[in-house]
Ligand binder design. Structure first.
Ligand code: COI
Length: 353
């Protein structure tokens, strides 16, 4: 694919504090944009990151046709650059697009676009442990019209951002027993913008009460754990890795899937099944629940230190190097950095010309 590149005149990279990246604070020099019209995707273009001309009538602003993905690119110990599992992210993007009545995008257009943009901003890939170049493709409706309809026009935009850890320290979460993120049959499994906007209010209430995130429960009874909004959740019960089984209200996380595969490789028994709030509470009380953590592209493996259930804090030890979460986090990192063979072919090599 021939993707044109208009390079920035003056790079902004000198303004980046690579030692204190945080998450999403910097956007790299270039962006990629492709338009969809007349029922097809047009040739993408890479330009300096900046404004895009649009009218306030574009349909995504009014009716929410907007889906995105989150991926990471890494530089390994040999200096090679790879994207972690872009084909699997593309498969999930297709499911999100279908649910939101948006046009599919081919794997070739998706991956070639990511590679070309990474090559343009290769100097933005951080190389300190725990950091990466976060890739944010977003597709949104751009037809300018007020009628409630499926848009006929879209933009595919990719931005990149050098990022550090999403959470600086172990997190405190609160089991949500009032608000709902997603119901069965809704859009919870899709990575659509509205899922995040709808979660802001309950998350803000939780934040004001001293929590980092909410632990979403099922919409019908608030009895079973779904996920945590920016990450899937996993538990270690009695030496077994346990995680809520996928449903239409849970995002099919790529890190979730990778960790389940690595647990198998490491000989750790795993269960994908319903996890009830009552079971968590009992696990804390009888000592069988030994670990809780969030997993996601941004969150990687984030230790959950405290879970608040019906107003009561239950805490777990967070500093054991022998814990499953620490071992699996290291294994994932070693695969990405090239310290361990990539037997599942998860690293997609980015050609840098
Ligand atoms: C990700 O992990 O990539 C996410 O999209 C979660 C959040 C940053 C929106």
């Amino acid at each position: 694919m021939n993707i044109s590149v208009e390079r920035i005149k003056q790079s902004k990279i000198s303004s980046v504090d690579f030692k204190n990246l945080g998450f999403g604070n910097y956007i790299s020099d270039h962006m990629l944009v492709a338009n969809y019209k007349n029922s097809q995707w047009q040739q993408p273009q890479i330009t300096p990151f900046g404004e895009i001309p649009m009218t306030p009538a574009i349909l995504s602003l009014h009716y929410g046709q907007s889906v995105f993905e989150g991926m990471k690119a890494f530089k390994n110990i040999k200096g090679e650059v790879s994207i972690f599992r872009p084909q699997r992210h593309h498969q999930r993007l297709l499911r999100s697009l279908e649910r939101m009545c948006m046009p599919a995008i081919s794997e070739a257009l998706f991956i070639d676009s990511l590679c070309a943009l990474i090559a343009a901003d290769v100097s933005w890939i951080p190389d300190t442990e725990g950091s990466a170049l976060y890739l944010r493709p977003v597709i949104f409706a751009t037809e300018s019209r007020l009628g409630v309809k499926i848009s006929d026009e879209y933009k595919f935009v990719v931005l990149t951002s050098p990022v550090g850890p999403y959470f600086a320290k172990p997190v405190r979460v609160k089991v949500e027993e009032q608000y709902v993120r997603a119901a069965e049959g809704g859009t919870g499994f899709a990575k659509c913008a509205g899922n995040y906007g709808g979660a802001f209010y309950p998350a803000e209430q939780a934040r004001q009460a001293g929590f980092d995130q909410v632990l979403w429960t099922d919409a019908k009874e608030h009895k079973y754990i779904d996920e945590s909004g920016a990450m899937n959740v996993m538990f270690v019960f009695d030496g077994k890795l346990v995680t809520p089984q996928l449903s239409s209200s849970i995002l099919d996380g790529v890190t979730r899937s990778s960790i389940l595969t690595l647990a198998y490789d490491m000989g750790i028994p795993k269960e994908e099944r319903k996890v009830s709030v009552a079971e968590l509470k009992a696990g804390f009380e009888n000592g069988k629940l030994t670990e809780a953590f969030g997993v996601g592209t941004a969150a990687v493996v984030s230790t959950i230190a405290t879970i608040n259930i019906s107003g009561k804090d239950y805490s777990l030890p967070t500093d054991t190097n022998s814990s499953f979460q620490q071992r699996v986090k290291k294994k994932l990192n070693d695969i990405r950095m090239g310290n361990e063979p990539d037997i599942h072919n998860w690293n997609y090599n980015v050609p840098l010309q």
